[in-house]
Design a protein around this ligand. Structure first.
Ligand code: RUB
Length: 308
């Protein structure tokens, strides 16, 4: 794994590091490594450099609170130090602790979520979520005879990563084009998705196309669920912001389009809480309407950890 800030930001931007969890882990690691190697002589300079690096990493993909939260915790930890040495130690502790917390949460989501997969279930997923693929692999390992439909996920085909991973694990998997979700929905028992973000009012933010799948699932009365660590809940939305939705290059959709053609290429969309059955988190299976409450509690805990 590469930990250089600029290079990591570029890998994240180009989707070479993909999926909210992988993005957060590699971004936070890069920030920690850069802080450790910093030559800043004063606390002021160190914090300036840290903020600049955190900003570069979080701007690589703006719809990624799991990344942003980890970076912000590290900056807060540095600001609570009295000198450069203490600030470096705080950043090292914060980034290590955050990565550990995220990994533990991930394991717990799998442990809890696997109970929701029944023997014989047909599951539909969209894009590539490491949380979802690992959950499906865990269910398969337990001997549950599941089958999976995965969308190809235009424009960047992350569904192929899902397809490769699941077939390699021996899970019977069928790939469909994104617009085929309605055609197969009556054969599906559970739609299982990952998350890039959750807003404080319970909207799921995930790969564009998710909300269309949610509508189709509702029409077919198929349960729609999300597996996600609470680090993906976005505190900015609690403070009033709209979740920023990343817009990506039009070249991803069509590299040589006709002149004057407009192309719109948002990376994510929002699925309202009333379309979502349940959310599997490390705290347990919750309703999307509980997200705001959990966010409020977590905000207080983070502040208390460093401001003592
Ligand atoms: C990936 C995506 C995934 C979430 C969750 O989008 O929408 O569902 O990031 O992933 P992209 P994970 O390919 O644009 O990053 O469960 O691995 O955190």
């Amino acid at each position: 794994m590469v930990h250089d800030v600029e290079r990591t930001a570029s890998l994240i931007q180009r989707l070479e590091v993909q999926g909210a969890r992988n993005i957060a882990l590699s971004g936070v690691k890069a920030l920690g490594d850069a802080a450790r190697k910093s030559k800043a002589k004063t606390l002021k300079d160190f914090i300036k450099e840290l903020e600049r690096n955190a900003d570069m990493l979080s701007k690589a993909r703006v719809t990624e609170p799991a990344l942003r939260n980890g970076l912000e915790e590290a900056v807060l930890a540095a600001r609570c130090a009295g000198d450069v040495r203490a600030a470096k130690a705080n950043v090292a502790a914060s980034t290590k602790e955050y990565a550990g917390r995220l990994s533990k949460a991930f394991d717990r989501v799998i442990d809890i979520g696997v109970h929701r997969i029944r023997d014989g279930d047909v599951i539909l997923t969209h894009c590539h979520s490491s949380t979802v693929t690992n959950l499906l692999k865990a269910a398969h390992k337990q001997g549950k005879r599941i089958k999976v439909f995965c969308t190809e996920t235009r424009p960047k085909y992350q569904g192929r990563i899902t397809a490769k991973e699941l077939t390699a694990a021996g899970i019977p998997t069928t790939m469909i084009v994104d617009s085929c979700a309605r055609t197969v929905m009556n054969d599906v028992d559970l739609v299982l998705l990952g998350a890039d973000a959750f807003t404080s009012d319970g909207f799921l933010v995930n790969k564009v196309g998710t909300s269309q799948i949610a509508l189709v699932a509702k029409e077919a009365r198929t349960m729609l669920a999300c597996a996600c660590e609470t680090m993906k809940f976005d505190p900015l939305t609690l403070a009033g912001s709209w979740e920023p939705i990343e817009e990506r290059s039009v070249k991803e959709v069509w590299d040589k389009p006709p002149k004057k053609l407009k192309i719109f290429n948002p990376a994510f969309d929002l699925t309202p809480p009333h379309l979502l059955g349940f959310v599997i988190t490390e705290l347990g299976v919750i309703s999307p309407f509980e997200v705001g409450h959990i966010l409020r509690e977590r905000q207080d805990a983070v502040k208390k950890r460093w401001e003592q």
